[in-house]
Design a protein. Structure first.
Length: 571
């Protein structure tokens, strides 16, 4: 036997049972497999002809009018909806199953959702699936294959898929820090204020034969025009209904005020009549149950849920601290690595400067050596010129002609000797200057080597400091719940209730902002009748949320009224 959930995230479960197994046995088997304890909201639904029906707990599964094909397909769905999801849904699995059912009903347009609310709900659905927004991971196009908006909304505006994704991502980026459970609960808190949320519609006729729709939900019974499923013509809250009588195809709703006439109507099929009666009985029982003190089982479940959420909150805080410490350590490591690279670059530059200084010193030394050799050569030439001058003097006295010639040559030799002496002196000065430059170059080389040694010692100290401090010790965390912790938790819960009202105001502002952004792209000719009705209700201020607040019933006594007795007689 197969029990399936929803198209958006489908859950298929194949169970084998005995042919004599009852509906309760199969239902309990599915609940145990899911770990579900809040079983009173759910049931097993099957398709029959042109309507649906629910498996009865005390009846054998195969005695129902189910398909005899193998395997038998049943749908595990929410049969009854809570008045306030945040207060009534205790387990995370219960919240998750409601989230899956509501999201598929909105996408398949079984629940009407305005465009601006559709974008916001889509952003919470993305948060529940993908976690926190990360621009490095969630790049444009990551929602291309996701079904997040009703087709009616997409067709209503001149917007490309990329434009829709951009607006959904803008809202999605604001939900950072919310867990999957928090995102799903925010989704349900917005969805439960939609006009068609949690309502089962049935075609009926009044005594005059006028076609109407009967809506059954957690708050009571509502009568609609067939063309308007958003705004009821009249409503009967459960605490104002004295009795519901059922005979063949005729129903009669008797108000608590005996002066008010009963509302009578007829439905089309006997099977539909039984389904209406089941839903009336179940919703009324839950309506009375909410107004009584919780049973021990529910109190225990709520206490366990609070402890589990507190434990998860502490665990998330610990993980956040560890994450921040790790990010700080990584930043410090990156900074030290950057500093190390900078020091290495400085050391490389100093080493290059040292090499250039050594090359300059070698060049100056070579020039000084060449200058010394040139000075020695010039001095030798000067000596040779002096010797030649003396020899000429000795031979000059032999003849006057020779003497004049010799005097002339001697003069030339003296001039040459003077010139050579000046050149020798100049070369000697150049040699002294080159020696001085060589000494300065060697001094510069010594300073460069000393600076390189200092930079290298700093680099070693920085690397040692990095290995010592990059991984700060992570404190060993432990926690123990005491009475003071529970009192503090209670105070936090009260604080969260106050914050919820502020969030509701922020939510409405956010919806109005989204509506303003996309209003200019709307195609008026593509508006459906439900869009027009919703806009009229918004202008008149007759939304479901306002109606629900204004018609909130007074607290009832712990004893069900005549209504419950009448229902028992009709079974």
């Amino acid at each position: 036997m197969c029990c399936s959930a929803y198209k958006w995230i489908q859950l298929n479960m194949l169970l084998y049972i005995n042919v004599k197994s009852t509906g309760k046995y199969l239902f309990d088997l599915v609940c145990r497999a899911l770990g579900l304890r809040e079983t009173w909201f759910f049931g097993l639904q099957y398709d029959v002809k042109d309507t649906v029906a629910w498996i009865k707990m005390d009846k054998k599964v195969l005695d129902h009018d189910v398909s005899k094909e193998d395997p038998v397909t049943l749908h595990f769905l929410a049969k009854f909806y809570p008045e306030n999801a945040e207060e009534e849904l205790v387990q995370d699995i219960t919240q998750h199953l409601f989230f899956l059912q509501v999201i598929i009903k909105i996408l398949e347009e079984e629940i009407y959702c305005p465009p601006e609310a559709s974008v916001l709900l889509a952003s919470y659905a993305v948060q529940a699936k993908y976690g926190d927004y990360d621009p490095n991971v969630h790049k444009p196009g990551f929602l291309a294959q996701e079904e997040l908006l009703p087709k009616r909304v997409i067709n209503l505006y001149q917007m490309t898929p990329e434009m829709w994704e951009e607006r959904i991502t803008a809202c999605y980026s604001e939900h950072r820090g919310r867990t999957r459970e928090d995102a799903e609960m925010e989704y349900l808190k917005i969805a439960q204020d939609l006009e068609m949320y949690g309502i089962n519609y049935f075609p009926i006729r009044n005594k005059k034969g006028t076609d109407l729709l009967l809506g059954v939900d957690a708050l009571g019974l509502h009568i609609y025009d067939p063309d308007n499923r958003l705004t009821p013509k009249c409503s009967f809250p459960w605490n104002e209904i004295r009795n519901i009588s059922y005979s063949d195809k005729e129903f009669a709703i008797k108000p608590l005020d005996k002066k008010t006439d009963s509302f009578k109507f007829n439905s089309s099929m006997l099977r539909v009549n039984k389904l209406i009666l089941q839903l009336c009985m179940g919703n009324h029982d839950l309506f009375m149950r909410r107004r009584r003190v919780d049973s021990l089982e529910v109190q225990q479940m709520k206490a366990q849920a609070r402890e589990e959420r507190a434990r998860k909150r502490v665990e998330r805080q610990r993980l956040e601290r560890e994450k921040h410490l790790r990010e700080a350590a990584e930043r410090a490591r990156d900074e030290l690595e950057r500093r190390l690279m900078q020091l290495q670059d400085e050391a490389h530059m100093a080493n290059d400067a040292l090499l250039r200084s050594e090359e300059t010193a070698d060049l100056l030394a070579e020039k000084a050596q060449i200058a010394e050799e040139e000075a020695k050569l010039l001095s030798q030439k000067a000596s040779e010129a002096e010797a030649e001058m003396q020899r000429i003097k000795l031979t000059a006295i032999r003849s006057e002609e020779e003497r004049r010639l010799m005097e002339q040559k001697m003069l030339e030799a003296e001039m040459m000797a003077l010139k050579m002496a000046d050149e020798s002196e100049r070369r000697a000065k150049e040699a002294d200057q080159l020696k001085q430059d060589l000494q300065e170059a060697r001094e510069s080389e010594r300073r460069a080597k000393h600076k390189l040694l200092e930079i290298t010692s700093k680099s070693a100290y920085s690397v040692t400091h990095t290995h010592t401090h990059t991984q700060p010790p992570i404190p060993n965390l432990s926690f123990d719940f005491k009475d003071t912790d529970m009192k503090r938790l209670s105070m936090e819960i009260e604080k969260e209730k106050v914050e919820y009202m502020e969030k509701s105001k922020h939510l409405q502002e956010q919806l109005n902002e989204l509506k303003t952004e996309i209003e200019s792209l709307k195609l008026k000719e593509r508006e459906t009748p439900l869009d027009i009705l919703h806009n009229d209700n918004t202008e008149k201020g007759t939304s479901k949320h306002i109606t629900k607040l204004s018609s909130q019933p007074e607290p009832l006594s712990t004893t069900p009224r005549v209504f419950a007795k009448s229902l028992k007689l009709l079974m």
